[in-house]
Design a protein around this ligand. Structure first.
Ligand code: NDP
Ligand code: OXD
Length: 306
């Protein structure tokens, strides 16, 4: 078995070394143009040349949960795309969303700035019942976030494409369920995959449906959000603020107004990082399961886009 490693923005050697240790029977190489045909590939945003030179690849193992960039490429229909499911990301996402939620709800930015000015002052406590959290996307990450948020006793609601259930979570689905979902949500968390159906879903109309003083946490993809609509709603005081971890263009261009907006908290696409050891263990486990003829989790439905 031959495996090609082709992840941009990553140093190949430690990955290749660990993959070789975990799969000693395989020939594993960092891809270079003209390399021999491999059976499987471990990838993150590979160049189109890689795909074009490797038409016989059976499986592309994406080292992230989101496959939007991969699915925008020209891929032969015979290639199976497999995404990461969790691999240590879900707990990171849960802690990231909880810190953003609690920081907003408890007004911790204000407390911090008052302390820095030598002011010791209390504000009336805000009640979690007034901060229903709505999670767009009740998949691997969305469900883990819902569980963590419910642990802090916030009301939680979730929205998915197909009907889902989760104890303690009010569930909505489909375009027909979106309005009811949004209109009872104050803090909106986006954990949808980026597909033609979800691109631009965070816009003036949808964000404008949130309860007064709505707050957005976008940890999915930048193209879910219509940037100008968010800025307008913030400036009209229709939204209280947002935490943004993902952007249409990354790194966020220097001139983008998000950088300087006082109601925004920005992080550099870091809410849930790919963890090398967990990722390799998951991919190797899947390769072994496939060899035994067993089904594996995380196979992407390319027609559906996730
Ligand atoms: P999953 O595929 O497990 O879950 C996707 C969820 O979105 C499902 O509940 C699905 O519904 C729902 N969904 C998809 N399309 C629609 C639609 N048209 N309408 C309503 N609901 C829809 O994905 P993950 O939870 O693993 O990951 C989610 C995304 O998070 C990734 O695609 C990626 O973009 C992003 N991400 C961001 C990271 C970061 O660091 N910022 C790190 C990792 C991931 P259903 O249940 O019915 O199928
Ligand atoms: C992912 C990401 O999709 O890192 O895994 O954004």
């Amino acid at each position: 078995m031959r495996i090609a490693f082709c992840c941009t923005h990553t140093t190949a050697e430690p990955w290749v070394e660990r993959l070789r240790a975990a799969l000693p029977e395989a020939q594993i190489e960092a891809w270079v143009p003209g390399a021999p045909q491999a059976d499987h590939a471990v990838v993150w945003t590979p160049p189109q040349q890689f795909i074009d030179e490797q038409p016989g690849l059976k499986t592309l193992f994406n080292t992230g949960a989101g496959v939007d960039a991969l699915l925008r490429m020209r891929l032969p229909p015979s290639m199976t795309v497999v995404r990461l499911d969790d691999a240590g990301m879900a707990v990171q996402m849960a802690e990231f969303v909880c810190q953003a939620l609690v920081r907003h709800m408890r007004e911790l930015d204000l407390s911090e700035s008052q302390m820095r000015q030598g002011q010791w002052s209390f504000r009336r406590p805000r009640l979690r019942v007034d901060f229903p959290v709505g999670i767009l996307g009740m998949g691997v990450l969305g469900r883990r976030v819902a569980q963590a948020v419910a642990h802090f006793e916030f009301p939680v609601r979730g929205w998915s494409r197909t009907p889902q259930t989760m104890p303690g979570v009010e569930c909505f689905h489909g375009p027909e369920g979106l309005d009811a979902f949004l209109s009872g949500t104050r803090v909106l968390v986006c954990l949808l995959p980026l597909t033609p159906q979800t691109e631009g879903i965070l816009n003036r109309k949808t964000l404008g449906r949130l309860l007064p003083g709505g707050y957005l946490i976008n940890v999915a993809r930048g193209a879910h959000l219509v940037d100008e609509d968010l800025l307008a709603l913030l400036d009209e005081d229709r939204l209280a603020g947002a935490t943004l971890d993902v952007f249409r263009k990354e790194p966020l261009p220097e001139a983008h107004p998000f950088w300087r907006h006082p109601k925004l908290t920005l992080t550099p696409h870091t809410s849930a990082r790919t963890l090398r050891d967990e990722t390799i263990a998951q991919i190797v486990g899947k390769i072994r399961a496939m060899e035994r003829g067993e089904p594996i989790a995380g196979v992407v439905d390319r027609g559906r886009g996730y």
